[in-house]
Write a protein that binds this ligand. Structure first.
Ligand SMILES: [Zn+2]
Length: 121
């Protein structure tokens, strides 16, 4: 099983905890019963480096309740290096697309009430 708490503890130290298929090596971010690639039922936990590139994002100008203090920020999707995994997270200080070109190298920098925190490498 892949618990949320374990995932968060890894994110706090810049790592991503994933489930790796023991047959084909396909990585999954959530607990699944069958590999999405080959249908195998065996998995092992692996921790991978929380580094990657920005593939898309949304700049938040109207934040949800309690997030006013974080504006401006972006909710960004990072493609993890050397895998097909994508994770989404919070990036502070993003006012316009000029602040965050697609392809920017980022890394997991922590986890708190904002979710996964991403930072430029
Ligand atoms: Zn597989």
């Amino acid at each position: 099983m892949l618990s949320k708490e374990e995932f968060i503890n890894n994110a706090k130290v810049g790592k991503i905890l994933a489930r790796k298929c023991t047959k084909c090596g396909h990585l999954h971010l959530v607990t699944t019963y069958f590999c999405q690639n080959c249908g195998n039922k065996g998995f092992e936990n692996v921790t991978i480096d929380g580094k990657g590139t920005i593939v898309t994002y949304t700049i938040i100008t109207v934040p949800p309740d309690g997030f006013e203090k974080y504006v401006p920020y972006a909710w960004a999707v990072m493609k993890v290096d050397n895998s097909e995994l994508s994770i989404s997270g919070f990036m502070g200080g993003i006012k316009s697309p000029a602040d965050l070109p697609l392809g920017t190298k980022v890394r997991v920098a922590g986890y708190d009430e904002r979710g996964i925190i991403l930072e430029k490498q």
